[in-house]
Design a protein around this ligand. Structure first.
Ligand SMILES: Cc1cc2nc3c(=O)[nH]c(=O)nc-3n(C[C@H](O)[C@H](O)[C@H](O)COP(=O)(O)OP(=O)(O)OC[C@H]3O[C@@H](n4cnc5c(N)ncnc54)[C@H](O)[C@@H]3O)c2cc1C
Length: 364
């Protein structure tokens, strides 16, 4: 029997950031991950955008989240000798005169601070970009090569024994008040579920309002488009290097398709053409499932009946920006040095919990 402080299910952005944080504190950690190609983290464009949505508002804790994320990704770069975080301005292109007027008129009162530097109805020409009605440059943001970063971490984990590639089997888990035992061979005092949208099938947490939201991205080759900024107009165009760009993303609620769809191919191609006048060829199309929560905030905390079980999930469409700061916060909570922030506390959904017969492996 091998004993760990923490057994973590899932090595997407959630599991990876939390495992890293706990290992930094000297805790023993084992992560189990089945490497799903349709995990959200494997598909994500990796954008960190502090000012979003149709109303163009500053996102929750933007300043704090972005600062923590930049420190985290830079630290991993130093550790693995590879660039993951690309600090790049986002050029939000106005979609209509109304949007242009709304944003310009609100600009004096909005707390965008240093994130929004220039609002311009007449942008200078930018190679390959349809600057039409002008736009806004958003600063202190950029994108993360999530897949590459997780691959570097996973290689480390496999080599150093803190990660195993395997499918977790709920029937092999035994829980008591002091910890969990898995397959009769692994013991841990805390089991943290970070399985993204697969949480809908988690027998202990399937009462939470976490829903899979399917999204698709295209990777395109386009040699005539400037790579100095991310473009945003409904969708986004993220420079990947070597003349390639990621175009995203679609949002689709159940019933969910399996795999990529011709509708998304058309929709994303049109989005690209709304932002660029350059020809392009599609080199890849991928689909994944975001773990979306009813109130659009992550869900963190321990199970109402089993304090040795916890969840770190619900990162929706903003995992890249949210996960590093919340991993530090949740590690503090698990280690008993900080109380859970109310906005992300699982207790806001406790009224949905009833002891579910499908809970398996509980030893009384
Ligand atoms: C098309 C698309 C574009 C996106 N673009 C962005 C973006 O630009 N910026 C941004 O911030 N966010 C973006 N997101 C959202 C972002 O990807 C998510 O917020 C984030 O990746 C969620 O991470 P996670 O670890 O919770 O879940 P996941 O990435 O889904 O990871 C869950 C992990 O659990 C593992 N797992 C599940 N079940 C089991 C099991 N039974 N046994 C073993 N392992 C298991 C899976 O293999 C997977 O590795 C995008 C998402 C999609 C789909």
């Amino acid at each position: 029997m091998t004993s760990y402080d923490y057994l973590i299910l899932g090595h997407g952005l959630a599991g990876a950031t939390l495992a890293y944080e706990l290992r930094q504190r000297g805790r023993t950690v084992l992560v189990l991950d089945e490497t799903r190609p349709d995990s959200a983290s494997n598909v994500a464009a990796g954008l960190m955008n502090p000012v979003t949505g149709q109303r163009f508002v500053l996102t929750w804790l933007a300043d704090e989240l972005l600062s923590a994320a930049a420190v985290f990704y830079r630290k991993l770069e130093a550790e693995y000798g590879q660039q993951f975080f690309f600090e790049t301005p986002i050029l939000k292109l106005f979609s209509s005169v109304k949007e242009q007027n709304d944003i310009v008129s609100r600009s004096a009162d909005e707390p965008w601070g240093a994130f929004v530097e220039e609002i311009s109805s007449a942008l200078p020409p930018i190679t390959g970009v349809k600057t039409g009605l002008g736009g806004i440059f958003i600063r202190r943001c950029g994108y993360v090569a999530v897949r590459e970063m997780l691959a570097a971490l996973a290689a480390d984990g496999l080599h150093n024994g803190w990660l195993r590639h395997e499918t977790f089997a709920w029937n092999d888990l035994v829980i008591d008040q002091t910890g969990v035992t898995y397959k009769g061979a692994i013991q841990a005092r805390q089991f943290v579920c970070c399985e993204g949208a697969a949480a809908m099938r988690n027998p202990y947490f399937n009462w939470l309002p976490i829903t899979a939201n399917q999204g698709e991205v295209l990777d395109v080759q386009c040699d005539g488009l400037s790579t100095e900024q991310v473009l945003n107009k409904g969708g986004y165009v993220v420079p990947l290097g070597a003349g390639q760009f990621r175009v995203g993303a679609t949002y689709r609620w159940p019933p969910l398709p399996l795999g990529t769809t011709p509708e998304a191919l058309t929709e994303l191609g049109q989005r690209f053409s709304e932002m660029s006048d350059q020809p392009f060829t599609v080199v890849d199309q991928r689909a994944g499932f975001r773990p979306a929560v009813r109130d659009r905030k992550p869900v963190l905390g321990t199970h109402p009946a089993w304090p040795v079980l916890s969840i770190f999930n619900g990162f929706g469409s903003k995992g890249v920006m949210l996960a590093p700061r919340l991993a530090t916060h949740f590690a503090n909570v698990l280690e008993g040095t900080e109380a859970l922030w109310p906005e992300v506390n699982i207790s806001r959904y406790h009224s949905l919990y009833i002891s579910v017969p499908s809970e398996v492996g509980v030893s009384s």
